[in-house]
Design a protein around this ligand. Sequence first.
Ligand code: SF4
Length: 344
Amino acid sequence: MGALLTLDQVKVHFAVRKMLFSTQTVRAVDGVSLSLDAGETLSVVGESGSGKTTLGRASLRLAPITEGHLAFDGQDITSVREGKLNWFRRRAQAVFQDPYSSIDPFMNIQQILEEPLQIHNIGDRTDRVHQALEDVRLSPAGEIALKYPHMLSGGQRQRVGIARALILQPEYILADEPVSMIDASSRTEILYLMRDLQDRMGIAFLYITHDIATARYFSDRIAVMYLGRVVEQGIPGEVLDDPLHPYTQALIEAVPEADPTNRLRDRPAVPGEPPSPANSPAGCHFHPRCPQFMAGQCDVVDPMLVEVRPGRFVACHLYEATKDAGPEGSYVETKAEKSDDVQT
Ligand code: SF4
């Protein structure tokens, strides 16, 4: 069986005005290939500005794809007219970062959850709304359905956001930083809930996060993004415990063990500032910040993303230089067991 979702060399470039008569191109996503199987979770991690949110939006055709292809369930939907995408909109949903702005404050929960059912002309709405609320453990469903968003806590509002994504019984959910704006105790509960829903319903997730701890907990595979590109990819036990790319190594080293929030966004994760995606450095885009920079190679030649072991990808000249000698360590071909515990 083929992948449920496939991105093939996807680029999302924007033209932005530089001065009065000139523009420059922002390469938010710059040639990313990823696939997601049914029931699988792929986490995309990286600093702010790495392009991971734009990539997630492109996976739902919410960001315009400049080049490359997007396919869902074997059908290329890169250029399909929006009016012909109803089937895809029903099967692919999103949970966004901000539960405060992603739901309408003037609608009650019943109305918020009924809206997708109305759009797709689906009946039994009250029953489906109550079922979705019970699925996200908001009860009693009948009472919650009559409340307005301001009457709920941040964690409860995000549960409503998840219920709205679930109500169409999707096969794929983009979860874009779904726990980053809620308090720490609710964050853990929401992550447990999402994993439980995935186990019970077999939903595939693209989990966008800056939080390595939750990526380890929630993922079958992890892709690390830097400046619009994937620089490393593999199963969590390999990428996080034996990172190959200097950027991945720096991201992991920057997360203090004692820091209970393990958050990358609020601190300088890696020395130096990421360059602008409108002005990417020549050669390896990471070279101005890389402690293992090799002059004459890294600043000249753009490293390709290569499969250095089955299922393990990295874009770095260091590894290319040594891969012929054979990778050290053992490779685990099956998916890693997800960690049982999450630290947030
Ligand atoms: Fe560092 Fe060179 Fe590897 Fe880029 S290619 S990550 S600059 S060693």
